[in-house]
Design a protein around this ligand. Structure first.
Ligand code: URA
Length: 260
């Protein structure tokens, strides 16, 4: 499933080296990051041979773009295979994720592992992250300005990982990535073409495992939707806007010149 052979251990991008920098990651629209900071980040990356994803993770580790930095234990950047064809995007870290710095390590994560095993995959084959990288207090729902502040990290993750399929888990991730307000009950299990920056991907909305934990009917729908993932991963994703076909203009017939 992955573009490279699955690694024995997923490389994690936990915030091991917090930076005090509060910089938006580069995304496909112009950023306001000062040039000096960009140059410094490139120097550090070159010196330590960091990948762009690792650089992004370090930027996120020191993020203070929204109020959630005040109450977090650490940023939960996401982890798994940085070359994964399949990326999962959940809502936000919960209690255990905040403590461990890793996404989906609680009960919902155990269900995610089980669902993955059902289609022959492990967490080492996929990349898992959330819309929000910091835990909202008391696990409340993310609010719009938090989602907006965190969005550049998510979009940049997508651009760097370049998955074929992004499976969004629940309403928040689905709405954030589709840019539409249609709820998960109506769109789950229906793949949608999506452009993230210059990059084409298949968006595949799924119920959130945490919701399915307590509703057996939802769990069975989630299992059925999950079962379609191998087929989606095997698909060729053609660009959304194919280059215009240039049709040669037929030459004008030669004008018959009158001789009188
Ligand atoms: N729920 C989420 O949406 N994300 C996690 O990381 C854990 C639980």
């Amino acid at each position: 499933m992955s573009r490279t052979a699955p690694t024995a251990r997923p490389r994690t991008f936990a915030s091991s080296s917090p930076s005090s920098r509060d910089t938006a990651p580069p995304i496909s629209r112009p950023t306001e990051r000062p040039v000096a900071e960009a140059v410094a980040a490139v120097r550090v990356a070159a010196a330590e041979q960091l990948t762009e994803l690792e650089v992004l993770s370090r930027q996120a580790a020191g993020c203070t773009r929204c109020r959630l930095h005040e109450g977090r234990t650490q940023v939960v950047f996401g982890n798994g295979n940085p070359d994964a064809d399949l990326m999962f995007v959940g809502e936000a870290p919960g209690f255990h994720e905040d403590k461990q710095g890793l996404p989906f390590v609680g009960q919902a994560g155990k269900l995610l592992d089980k669902l993955l095993a059902g289609i022959g995959l492990t967490r080492a084959d996929v990349f898992v992250c959330n819309v929000l990288k910091c835990r909202p207090p008391g696990n409340r729902d993310p609010v719009p300005d938090e989602k907006e502040a965190c969005e550049p990290y998510l979009f940049r993750q997508v651009e760097l990982i370049k998955p074929k399929v992004i499976a969004t888990l629940g309403n928040h991730a689905t709405k954030q990535l589709s840019g539409k307000e249609t709820g998960i009950t109506r769109v789950h299990g229906q793949e949608q073409r999506l452009k993230v920056g210059a990059f084409d991907v298949l968006l595949y909305p799924l119920y959130h495992p945490a919701a399915a934990l307590y509703t057996p009917a939802m769990l069975s729908v989630l299992e059925q939707d999950f079962a379609r993932l191998p087929e989606l991963l095997g698909r060729e994703i053609a660009p959304l806007e194919p280059p215009p076909v240039l049709v040669p203009v037929a030459a004008e017939p030669a004008v018959q010149l009158g001789l009188f």
